[in-house]
Design a protein around this ligand. Structure first.
Ligand SMILES: CC(C)(COP(=O)(O)OP(=O)(O)OC[C@H]1O[C@@H](n2cnc3c(N)ncnc32)[C@H](O)[C@@H]1OP(=O)(O)O)[C@@H](O)C(=O)NCCC(=O)NCCS
Length: 161
């Protein structure tokens, strides 16, 4: 991999673009390596509903990350969005890819006049929580038994405007 030592805090030069159905297998590979839940059966549904809210990160023509977001009404509030999934392939983490994916989606949400961005994260995902806090998300609620295996989640939010 032609990168960048972590201590230099360089950013991997990636290309961010919308998902297309031919990306399914590559996105699934990142999903499987990174998340406890498979979103595979929802990829095409999300893509059809709002292609601008399903983005992939490419490096050297390979998909190394993705973000899946839904906008509309969340928790009774209109003009909000929620991150369903974000993942970066293990060997490409801590190189700014996740940050670039979040920033790209926030840019899209600004154009869609979305006010708040929500997400849920496992309470045990300390590094994930740190990642979100550094990006300006705040914990607002702890939800017991959120996941089917019984683990609790934090709901976090970032105010966009
Ligand atoms: C969370 C995640 C998307 C961040 O992507 P990333 O490209 O590593 O993010 P960035 O490089 O922009 O920021 C790195 C920071 O994210 C955090 N982080 C979270 N999990 C990490 C991991 N497994 N490896 C490295 N950094 C991680 C750390 O705070 C890290 O800071 P550091 O570099 O000082 O250690 C990615 O690590 C990932 O896919 N993790 C597994 C899946 C997951 O937890 N998804 C979110 C749950 S809802």
């Amino acid at each position: 991999m032609n990168v960048v030592s972590k201590s230099e805090r360089k950013i991997l030069p990636i290309n961010i673009r919308q998902y297309t159905p031919k990306d399914e297998a590559e996105v699934y590979r990142v999903n499987e390596a990174s998340l406890e839940i498979s979103f595979r059966y929802y990829y095409n549904m999300f893509h059809k509903r709002a292609p601008e809210l399903f983005l992939v990160a490419e490096y050297e023509n390979q998909i190394i990350g993705f973000i899946l977001v839904r906008s509309g009404q969340n928790f009774g509030e209109n003009h909000t969005a929620i991150i369903f999934a974000i993942a970066v392939a293990p060997q490409y983490r801590s190189l700014g890819v996740g940050t670039q994916l979040i920033n790209a989606i926030i840019d899209v949400l600004h154009h869609k006049e979305i006010n708040k961005l929500y997400l849920h994260v496992r309470v045990g995902n300390t590094r994930g929580i740190q990642f979100y806090e550094r990006l300006g998300f705040t914990k607002i609620k702890r939800i017991e038994n959120f996941y089917h295996w019984g683990e609790a989640a934090f709901r976090m939010v970032k105010i966009l405007k």
